[in-house]
Every structure is written in C-alpha cells, then in structure tokens.
Design a protein around this ligand. Sequence first.
Ligand code: SF4
Length: 397
Amino acid sequence: MDTKQKLTFILNDADLAQELKDIALKVQNTERITFDEGVYLYEHAELGFLGVLANYIREQKHGDRTYFNRNFHIEPTNVCVYTCNFCSYSRLIKNKEEGWEMSVDGMIDALKKYDNEPVTEVHITGGVVPKQNLDFYAEFFRRTKAHRPGLHIKALTPVEYYYIFKKAKLSHYDGMRYMQEAGLDSMPGGGAEIFHPEIREKIANDKCNAEQWLDIHEQAHKLRMRTNATMLYGHIEQFWHRVDHMERLRQLQDKTGGFQAFIPLKFRNQNNQMDHVPEVSVIEDLRNYAIARIYMDNFDHIKAYWAMISRQTAQLSLNFGVDDIDGTLDDTTKIYSMAGAEEQTPGMSTKDLVNLIKQVHRQPIERDTLYNVVTDYTDYVFDEEVKPQFYKLPVIN
Ligand code: SF4
C-alpha cells in the first residue's frame, strides 16, 4: 500500500476518533490544522497514524528526495555570558580558563583545513563573549569571503546577534545589514528553545526573548536572507508550549516566507543543570517530527540532526516527515556530544550518509545551503564501494 492508499484507509476507518479523521481529511486536502488540533495530535494520536499523515505531506512536497549537505562547523568559543540550564556546552565567563576562545586568525586557520574538501558551507555557532563582537565577526566574514568566495557562511543565531548589536548600538535591521555586507549569507536556527515565557524563563532566563529572536529573523528575511528555526523539546515543557512555539514560527513564515527548515532538537540531559529531567523516548522523537511536519505547513523542510539523535533514529525519521539530514560533519561540533548524544565523534562520510538514505528507499540529494541540487546520488555508485563478488565453484568430476 502506498502512502496515499494508507491515508484513504485511515479516512475509512470506522473506529478512528472523529477529531483525528477531521485532521486526516485536512491533510488530504492540503489544509492547515489549528492550534487546538496540534495539541490534540500530541495528546491523542498514535505513532502509526502520525507517520501516515506526515509521510503523505513529505511525499507531496518532496517525493523520496532526501537532502543533505557537506559542511563543517567552527565553534568560536564555548565560553558564554549566559546561563541556560539545559546547556552542556558552555563554560561560564567567570571560569573562562576552562574553555576556548578563538581569534580571527585561529578561525581562518580552521577554515583553511577544508581548502581541498568539497564542502559548500561553514556553520558557525557557539557561546557569547564580549571580545567576539561586531568587528570580530565582520572581519572573519570578510576574510572568509576573500579566501574562498564560494563558501556559504551560515553563522550565529539571534542570541549572539542580539548581544552584539546591543553593544554596538545598532538596530536589528542595521546590524543584520552590516553582517550581510561583510559576507554573511544565512542564519541557522538555534537559540529558539521554547518561546513561551513560562518555560523560557526557567530554562534560558537571561538571553534574548521570543520577540527579539523572531524580530532578528524577520529583519534577516527583509534583507532576503534565508534562515532556519529550531525548537528544543522534551524537557519541562507541555505539549501546548510546543504548539505555541510552532504557531509563532508559522505566523512569521506567513509574513516573510524566509524560513527554509524547521529543526526539532531533542533535549539531552548529560552535563547540565537539568540532569534530573528524564529524556523522552525515540517514539516521542518520531511523534514530534511527524506533528511538526503536519503543523508547519508553510515550511518546506523538516530537518533531523543525526549527530544529536543517532543515525538510526535519523534514518527512521525519514518516514515521519523528515526530508533533510544534516550533514557530513567531520567531528567539528562538540555541542551534541557534550550533552550526551550517542554520537561522541560525529563524523559521517558522504558514502555513509548516502547509504543510510538508500537503505530506507529514499533518494539521496546533496544540496547547497539554499537547497539547490549539487549532486543527485540516486544512481551513483561509489568507486570504492564493495561490489557483489562471484566465485567460480569448484567442478567435481
Ligand atoms: S545555550 Fe547558548 S546562550 Fe545558552 S549558555 Fe549555552 S552557549 Fe550560552
């Protein structure tokens, strides 16, 4: 049975609750579900049901195409002026000798290590420190573009920008324009956590709030910059907080259309001040991806960070609404491993990633940051791939 037939089967199921049937009908008719329906899905829908709906949307939008990109990360510092309780990565500014703080020269050296690699993007994020200010990043972006003009710079989040622009006494719009002129191409989705103040004040009390986060993205979109959005789920929030979070993003996307991907991020509980909070199950991870795919009807892509949830869960997620797996990291990020992710040295070759996608009968497409196709690996055979071997059987006379 293909996904369309499965959806029809669900719609004809006499035992299914009317509320779920109404939602399934909306999905079939490409209609938006409401806030209350989003909460209803979280509270009542089973994984199998969600999978059919999310997969239907995914295949309507992308067929079997599954995207990945070849990128590397630079994390300029793990010292931070902020004190988010879920953070396993940062060292407080008062203990900064325990952390690292790179110079612009150091970051350019890190970049140069990839000179002969076919990467298309550098992803930059880390902590927030006074020294890494407007001039610091503007110089880094300019030198990066001078060194390798074709490399896409996806850098920093509103958490960093809010701090940097405030210090430089620049409006969000002027600050983003300054960064864009220096070479910034797009913005990743971090720092969103959970927007609702009831939760944000408990887990990320002192950094930019929801309105500031959303405004910086809005200003970036006005400058025709594309950005992503995340949601840190599975800690002390309730289901309706997740829907509230997605609703705010959905509204901004209606206004600007500047978001590319929505990336649910699983809360991990090691080495942070929330280690007493249990992590949610893989089932809940998959339910969350699926509901995100159903709710975020105006987002083109739902992305899974395999380094955070493990490659097996990422592979499973491709049947629950996810169409993008980030990325061929070369052990260049510490953010997930320090929080207790299964992947302690998160590297995956292109061949590994392509095979992971093919194993579940999807089409691997290498993309650039803006989802232009770089290479379609659907029928690609790797040189060094182990070919089936045939041996001559001994002939017994
Ligand atoms: S999550 Fe980001 S802003 Fe918060 S403490 Fe960690 S590095 Fe700093």
